[in-house]
Ligand binder design. Sequence first.
Ligand code: SF4
Length: 303
Amino acid sequence: MLPKGLRVVRLFDPWGSPYCTCPIKFTLNPYTGCGHGCLYCYARSYIRGFEKPHPKRGLMRNLLHDLRLVPKNSLIELSASSDPYTPPEARLGITRRVLRAIASRGFKILIVTKSNLITRDVDILSTSRSSVAITITTLDHELARRLEPGAPPPSARLEAIKKLTDAGIPVTVRLDPIIPYLNDSIGSISDVVAAASEAGALQITTSTYKARPDSLKRLCEAFPEICGRLRRLYVAHGVRTHGYRYLPTAMRLRYILTVREVALKHGLAFASCREGFRSLNTPGIHCDGSLYAYLRVGEASGT
Ligand code: SF4
């Protein structure tokens, strides 16, 4: 029976996507908005003033209320529509207080972030049932700077993965999204997967960029040299699915198979996210990496 009356913790809602393969989980966004400024960000389409992140009002009071209602042993994800380590977190420490509250009550934790600030909280994550997903779309610093202007560079994220895995915290790397003409070459994909593997990640999860009018406009403004080709792919040949334009199916499948092959070559588990190719996932794992939060320390590497 799902709890009623929650104030800030929510049951994860994939916005009706028929392709979502996430297990049942709860989510919490300590902040409204995100300062990482990713051009492809999906959440930016829905939340006004998204680029100026601010903490939720009455967050801790409401969180403590909700944690009495959420079923014991549930998994809580930070965050589905913002980064819990968005820049103001370095000063405010709100995510750290949230983590303490969640971990001390025995809930499983799933973090999704692009920030190396997460290493500040290794003490909490390594002593709780936690799993971390870190997004790396490219190792090319200049491309990352243009694509994710407010986020730490890929090298800092790799160092964070190393620190987390050294502390026994399971890490999934999200090569997400793959954007045609930007980070879709076999060289770029192989570099990310190899670096993730070397840093100790257990799994690669990938997806292709799904276009919304605003994100496509941002990409066109930042990369005018590929704008025409991107528009042709997504608008003329793409497939409309639940409010997004997907790439042609054969092209998506080609990307997913490429990442899968490289991940498996490195001995990593593999999943794709919202692509409709569930049968290509490593059996028994979840795309979001949440499975690892249910395993005891030391079990994760044998998955
Ligand atoms: S880090 Fe995530 S939430 Fe923040 S701008 Fe990038 S894609 Fe959006």
